[in-house]
Design a protein around this ligand. Structure first.
Ligand SMILES: [Zn+2]
Length: 374
């Protein structure tokens, strides 16, 4: 790899992933954070600014190298792709130099004739027919060296939905865990969240907008150590786009479907938080024209941090959700904090985001593995 040179950022407040420290000096050499270095090639005055670990978005959909460049410009230096219809090309974009570092689920686990295969360009051949086929799917994914498994858990009560049955979901989780792969469950309704929790998934993504979380679920999620990525940016966008569609309004009016309300997602996040559930930041950013809503790459993670604070996280908790906690949950020990030996993925912002979360978007500099990219 090309030498990233050396940099010292002086007199800067540091949110190290855990807490605010400094003002102090942070040094970078050969792509890593160092205790101190002599004769840095570049010195950056960090007065009035705060240095953060590069942000981690735990739920995105990436298509191109340009997407990764966009994330980088917004200080989002690691993204976790949560399913792609083109894993062959996407998996090649992992861990490229000088752009945001990508991890990927590859294909998602879906039911035959699912929304994904009927409407979103995923091949029907990847759909999972039964319990035996669950093993085939996980083994294929492991052979393709995906980083984790994404399962779409639908609510069979929702009109027009084809859902994986609970026994197939349980088989997927068991085989994934046997292969050492974490399982992330897309679950949007109280029924699908219940199915995911029973199956023992590791991470729940999305927060419910069609009805509130069942009482008791939040404490069960906490007790089982399941992590939640509520993707509030997406849920807010969905309620404003889907909620206005005539079909959803009509179904809601005749009580065939609960009304879609962003307040459900926010209140559920607050309930998870109160129960002691670990929360991580994710946006569901995508460029998919078939998606009902597309949070913009990079920018949306800053919006998500604001929504997490609005839902009751402190700014420090929100920042951890996009740095140290996200790294711990996905077992990325080389990032997420500012300490010697970690990757020099850094975001320099004006102001103090531990007091005012909107400061994360006032970007003064971004480094990926020591390369200044902004
Ligand atoms: Zn998604």
């Amino acid at each position: 790899m090309q030498d990233a040179g050396s940099t010292t950022i002086t007199n800067v407040r540091v949110f190290d992933g855990h807490q605010l420290t400094g003002p102090r000096t942070v040094s970078v050499e050969n792509g890593l954070i160092r205790d101190e270095i002599t004769a840095p090639e570049q010195v950056v005055d960090g007065s009035g600014a705060t240095l953060l670990p590069g942000l981690i978005d735990t739920h995105v959909h990436v298509e191109t190298l340009e997407d990764l460049e966009t994330y980088g410009r917004w200080g989002v230096t690691t993204v976790l792709d949560m399913a792609s219809p083109n894993p062959e090309s996407l998996l090649k974009l992992r861990h490229c130099d000088r752009v945001t570092d990508l991890y990927s689920a590859g294909y998602p686990a879906v039911a035959p004739k699912s929304t994904q295969t009927r409407k979103m360009g995923y091949p029907e051949s990847m759909a999972i027919a039964d319990v035996a086929d669950a093993d085939r799917f996980i083994d294929d994914q492991a052979r393709d060296a995906v980083d984790y498994i994404k399962i779409i858990i639908e609510d069979p009560k929702q009109p027009g939905t084809n859902a994986l049955p609970p026994d197939v979901i349980a088989a997927l989780v068991e085989r994934a865990h046997a292969r050492g792969l974490k399982v992330i469950a897309h679950a949007l309704t109280p029924v699908s969240i219940r199915t995911a929790v029973t199956a023992g998934v590791d991470i729940l993504t999305h927060a419910p907008i069609a009805g509130a979380l069942d009482p008791g679920v939040a404490s069960e999620v906490a007790a089982k150590g399941i992590v939640v990525s509520p993707t509030l940016t997406m849920m807010r966008g969905l309620t404003s786009t889907l909620g206005r569609r005539p079909l959803f309004r009509a179904l809601g009016a005749v009580k065939l479907m609960p009304k879609l309300e962003y307040a459900s997602a926010r209140n559920s996040t607050a309930a998870y938080l109160a129960a002691g559930v670990t929360i991580i930041a994710g946006t569901d950013a995508n460029q998919d024209p078939t998606a009902p809503f597309s949070p913009p790459a990079g920018k949306s993670l800053h919006d998500e941090l604001g929504l997490l604070v609005e839902a009751g996280l402190t700014p420090v908790q929100a920042l951890r959700a996009a740095t140290v906690t996200a790294a711990e949950v996905f077992a990325l020990p080389d990032r997420g904090t500012i300490e010697p030996g970690r990757r020099a993925d850094l975001l320099l912002v004006d102001g103090d985001p531990t007091r005012d979360i909107t400061a994360t978007a006032r970007i003064k500099g971004v480094w990926i593995k020591g390369h200044r990219i902004r």
